[in-house]
Design a protein around this ligand. Structure first.
Ligand SMILES: [Zn+2]
Length: 138
């Protein structure tokens, strides 16, 4: 709900959409449609921070609905890589700032440096279900 409000959807519109979409569709479908439209808008402008924000909201919607989030996590990583590339960086290093213990898969990747091109091609992140690893410019 709060996610939708942030995207400029009024209470009235929400109630109307709820009535219109139910019972065949859920509010999540409406949220998804709104986010998808916003994503297209920011993606056209190559607004990487904007894309990042939309993907985070998409993750939240999927998590609430108990759906698989891997494809959005991958899209988020891809956005980070393209953002770094647009800033003129050529290489990234995989880092993990989380205090939690890392799994073997993540542990093997942390500290690894590669070209952004290779990272985009091989997409090593997310390495596991709870992966907290990130790319940073090397
Ligand atoms: Zn990881």
């Amino acid at each position: 709900m709060r996610t939708l409000k942030k995207h400029g959807v009024s209470d009235k519109q929400m109630r109307w959409e709820e009535k219109r979409l139910l019972p065949n569709k859920t509010l999540g479908d409406f949220a998804w449609k709104t986010l998808h439209e916003e994503l297209q808008l920011v993606a056209t402008k190559q607004d990487f921070p904007g894309m990042r924000k939309v993907y985070w909201d998409m993750l939240r919607v999927l998590e609430i609905e108990g759906k698989d989030t891997l494809h959005i996590e991958k899209a988020l990583m891809q956005t980070d890589l393209n953002f770094n590339k647009s800033l003129g960086f050529k290489r990234v290093v995989i880092v993990n700032h989380s205090e939690e213990e890392h799994c073997e898969k993540c542990q093997a990747l942390i500290g690894k440096e590669m070209s952004i091109q290779t990272a985009l091609k091989t997409m090593p992140l997310p390495a596991c279900k709870n992966c907290q690893c990130q790319y940073e410019p090397a």
